[in-house]
Design a protein around this ligand. Structure first.
Ligand SMILES: Cc1cc2nc3c(=O)[nH]c(=O)nc-3n(C[C@H](O)[C@H](O)[C@H](O)COP(=O)(O)OP(=O)(O)OC[C@H]3O[C@@H](n4cnc5c(N)ncnc54)[C@H](O)[C@@H]3O)c2cc1C
Length: 367
């Protein structure tokens, strides 16, 4: 299946039901089973592990297509894809051969970094991953894990000796308790949940490679995938806003003409168009860097995430303004975009955290 076939399958399965799912706070199990079962939620996994083997550029366009339809489903695609990427990056050959085919054939995964006391500063994590003979024991509490309410397995980050480690935790392992986040502001059907890990004892072969490396190194590698995926999802939000606002502004008449003919409304449409085009180009550049494995990938990904998330948050607010009361109700695609887009400025490195990192790149390049 190529990117277009995958996007067509998603469009067929989602139809116009995203608003209904958002209000219900739940994605239908059959939709998730079909998409996860066909490898669409982690489409960059190579064919040898049952994946679609898409490039980052093609997976990016697929992510934007999903993001334009349903922010909750796109959130799941991001976290499931990030779990697969983390397993590919840090798993040994045996771990890849065990876990990746599960993720391309129906099992769902989430990634758990954040804790009550460790948000932007992941070095404050207190969850421990301790080796005990042929076992590994995981203790702690993770918060806001996207997709955890649906997950079969969780990729959990924690302290390990002087450094950090990553362990694959089956969601049904004894000692795991999953508690949904009640009524999130946006992406309400994405299954965000807190995960309690009460001395969870697992076979040691669930510990991924890289154990003992600094947390910043482990987390940054995994977050890179998530940042680019969120950025492409924001391109989708902007496209959904453009589709709704251009249709509305050319048909809704006030003062005897379509509102698009009022220059202040036209300016909103122009700015949305600029936002979508610039976010698309920045994301495509980052994906090309990712596909080529160039050293610029880290900075290009940060730039894409920051630009696309802030453009989506600003663009969705402008889109709601153009819609007026027509968009001002729960479940309307632009109202959903407005709530979902705001969250994109908080996750996978908040706007401020991205700015701090981008400032370092600027200083390195220009002084
Ligand atoms: C919808 C959603 C989905 C999520 N999904 C996941 C998931 O799947 N897995 C997971 O592990 N976590 C997830 N999270 C948690 C997310 O990663 C954190 O919310 C994020 O890292 C920010 O941490 P925080 O919320 O604790 O905010 P804080 O770190 O407390 O920050 C609060 C504010 O202070 C600012 N700030 C903090 N430090 C600095 C600084 N040094 N300089 C300037 N400003 C600063 C921040 O930018 C922010 O504006 C999710 C959160 C949300 C809302």
């Amino acid at each position: 299946m190529n990117e277009r076939d995958a996007a067509a399958l998603v469009a067929d399965l989602v139809g116009d039901r995203a608003g209904e799912w958002d209000r219900a706070g739940r994605l239908p199990g059959d939709v998730l089973a079909e998409l996860a079962g066909k490898g669409v939620l982690c489409a960059e996994v190579p064919a040898e592990h049952g994946g679609l083997g898409l490039s980052s550029v093609d997976n990016g366009e697929l992510t934007a297509a999903v993001g334009a339809l349903c922010g909750s489903l796109r959130s799941l695609l991001t976290s499931h894809g990030m779990a697969a990427w983390t397993l590919s990056r840090f798993g040994n050959a045996e771990q890849r051969a065990t876990h990746l085919p599960r993720l391309t054939s129906g099992a769902l995964a989430g990634v758990a970094f954040s804790e009550p006391g460790a948000g932007s500063d992941l070095s404050a994590m207190t969850t421990t991953i301790v080796r005990d003979g042929q076992s590994v024991v995981v203790s702690g509490r993770k918060v806001w894990v996207t997709g955890a309410a649906y997950a079969d397995l969780l990729v959990v980050f924690g302290r390990h000796g002087d450094g950090a480690a990553i362990v694959v935790v089956p969601a049904n392992a004894p000692g795991v308790r999953i508690e949904r986040v009640p009524e999130p502001v946006g992406c309400r059907a994405a299954g965000h949940a807190d995960v309690h890990l009460d001395a969870v004892r697992l076979p040691a072969d669930l510990l991924l490679g890289g154990a003992g490396l600094p947390v910043t190194l482990l987390a940054t590698a995994a977050l890179g995938y998530g940042r680019l995926s969120v950025a492409w999802g924001c391109v989708g939000i902007l496209r959904a806003c453009l589709a709704a606002t251009t249709r509305h502004a050319t048909t809704r008449e006030q003062f005897g003409v379509p509102i698009a003919e009022h220059q202040l409304v036209a300016r909103h449409l122009a700015e949305l168009h600029v936002a979508e085009r610039s976010a698309t180009h920045t994301c495509a550049h980052a994906s090309r860097c990712w596909d080529a494995g160039t050293p610029e990938t880290v900075e290009a990904t940060l730039l894409a995430k920051h630009l696309a998330a802030t453009a989506a948050a600003r663009g969705a607010a402008a889109a709601l303004q153009v819609m007026g009361s027509a968009g001002a109700r729960d479940g309307h695609p632009v109202a959903r975009a407005y709530r979902d887009a705001k969250l994109m400025e908080i996750i996978e490195g908040s706007a401020e955290i991205c700015q701090l990192a981008l400032a370092k790149h600027a200083i390195a390049e220009w002084t």
